[in-house]
Write a protein that binds this ligand. Structure first.
Ligand code: AMP
Ligand code: MG
Length: 494
């Protein structure tokens, strides 16, 4: 197993991390290895499963690895914790991919570090499988995300509410630097470290800003841009991150730290799944506002770099932050128009399209209609009323308001220049048939945990590789859960 390592984080000041090797596990076995991703990253893996298991459990260090646990702080549910850090994750190193970009290779569940506090540094198998499935599905759905390179079982139990099998997931990211990493140094008033960190991030993730006259303001603006687009993506798929703490917000604009995240089945604006989010801080509809809240915390850390005069620095930060809402709304509207097949935007007031789309979401919410199936069936409808309306209308407890909405939608379609077939094809590329539904993930975890059967996990993963393509014999994966299958709560599982 050979990685094209090009480590730079490890050459920053020692305050940025703890150098530490993964703690070996008893009996590692490979569950999954992402060949395609390894190929894209220039990782050569001609080896046998046993040696892959040794590497991805942390038992064997690949040549060139410089393992370390990153230091970071973070606001958790609004409360600042000045010292979090990788308590159960280890950065093996950075690689230079064939595409010229650099990536972080991270083991999660690989043993205790200086930042573990009372934790055991381990991960249970369930959350490992969950992260593997959801992050790879997100990638196939076109959402910026960390990727899953490998998953292993450890042969060791971990103690949670009960004893559970342990696992390790290997994740790949454009960077594992978080908003909380900046907060760590801001809390220590260490301006030199902040500058070093910002320069490292620009070099790694935003090299186009290197020559910019106001490089730190430009960095803030670039992160704002990526987060606005990212969160708009989540909203368009009914995805709820679940723990948008500042330590779980990536500086590179990728979805990171999959914990109690979930895709909605029945639509509601204020849906929450996470068992620990009792106030609904990270409810579905709150995600854009929480994104801006986190970005505001990032901006605060950058103030000393923005200008020598505190008030000027605040003004610069405010101006950048003010761009978030407009950018989020335009990304949201553009994506929702695509989902609804509204591509002819000349001569159409965007406020009218926005009202039309919000009207749909309102009818969906009133009727607890399935989010994914609503858009899936919508993308199959002709421009004229048809018997094909039926499978859509049956998703609504009271189909009357949805039938009325379809009339409004069809009136709007008369302004479209493309024909039905072209519109349907376009809609079907952005409205998936398959998403990683909670109850399917649960079934995959149950089979693995209870019966040592990973076939359910592998089949679900295979289906999710082509989320917008109907696959023969896989119809059950497109279905909403039966009442007794509905998952009400999700857990961090840490
Ligand atoms: P999370 O809720 O996963 O974002 O984690 C928040 C913080 O708790 C991070 O610093 C984690 O590294 C740490 N943490 C979570 N689970 C464990 C664990 N089992 N052992 C040690 N640290 C952990
Ligand atoms: Mg985290």
């Amino acid at each position: 197993m050979q990685f094209p390592f090009d480590n730079r984080y490890a050459s920053l000041d020692e305050t940025f991390f703890e150098r530490i090797r993964p703690t070996p596990v008893r009996k590692p076995e490979l569950i999954a290895f992402n060949d395609a991703l390894a190929g894209e990253l220039g990782i050569s893996a001609s080896d046998a499963a046993a040696s892959a298991a040794a590497v991805f459990s942390g038992n064997t260090l690949p040549e060139g690895a410089e393992p370390l646990a990153m230091a970071y702080a973070g606001h958790q549910f609004g409360h600042f914790n000045p010292q979090l850090g990788d308590g159960r994750a280890i950065l093996l190193g950075e690689i230079a991919g064939p595409d010229g970009a650099r990536y972080d290779i991270h083991l999660k569940g690989s043993g205790r570090t200086r930042f573990s506090r009372n934790g055991d540094g381990r991960a249970a198998l369930g959350p490992v499988l969950r992260e593997y499935l959801v992050s790879e599905a997100m990638h196939r759905l076109g959402v910026p995300t960390t990727r899953a390179l490998a998953a292993v079982t450890t042969g060791e139990p971990v103690a949670r509410e009960r004893l559970l099998p342990g696992g390790v997931i290997t994740r790949v990211a454009a960077s594992f630097v978080r908003v909380g990493t900046f907060q760590y140094f801001a809390a220590r008033e260490d301006e030199a470290a902040l500058r070093q960190l910002a320069d490292y991030v620009i070099d790694k993730c935003y090299p186009q800003l290197d020559e910019h006259n106001h490089r730190y303001a430009a960095l803030l603006a670039a992160v704002v841009e990526r987060q606005a687009v990212l969160i708009a993506h989540w909203m368009q798929l009914g995805f709820i991150h679940g723990v948008m703490n500042t330590d779980n917000m990536s500086i590179a604009g990728e979805t990171i730290d999959y914990g109690p995240c979930a895709f909605m089945d029945a639509y509601r604006h204020d849906q929450v799944f996470s068992s620990i989010d009792r106030q609904g801080r990270y409810a579905y509809s709150n995600q854009p506002a929480m994104g801006l809240w986190n970005l505001t915390r990032l901006a605060e850390t950058l103030l000393p770099l923005l200008d020598d005069h505190p008030q000027t620095a605040v003004n610069i930060a405010q101006e950048v932050l003010e761009g978030f809402v407009a950018r989020y709304e335009s990304a949201w509207l553009a994506g929702m128009r695509e989902k609804c097949g509204l591509t002819a935007c000349d001569g159409v007031e965007s406020s009218e399209d926005k009202a039309l789309i919000e009207g749909l979401l309102e009818v969906m919410a009133e009727n607890r209609a399935d989010f994914t199936l609503t858009f899936y069936h919508l993308s199959r409808l002709p421009g004229q009323p048809s018997e094909q309306d039926e499978p859509l209308l049956v998703l609504f407890q009271n189909p009357g308001p949805m039938a009325t909405w379809l009339q409004q939608w069809r009136a709007r379609l008369t302004q479209e220049t493309q024909d039905d077939a072209a519109r349907q094809t376009g809609m079907q590329t952005v409205n998936p048939v398959y998403i990683p539904r909670n109850h399917q993930i649960e079934a995959a975890i149950r089979a693995a945990e209870d019966r040592d059967d990973f076939s359910v996990f592998h089949e679900l993963h295979a289906v999710l590789q082509q989320p917008c393509v109907q696959q023969e014999g896989k119809e059950q994966y497109a279905l909403a859960p039966e009442p007794e299958e509905v998952v009400e709560y999700t857990f961090c599982g840490t």
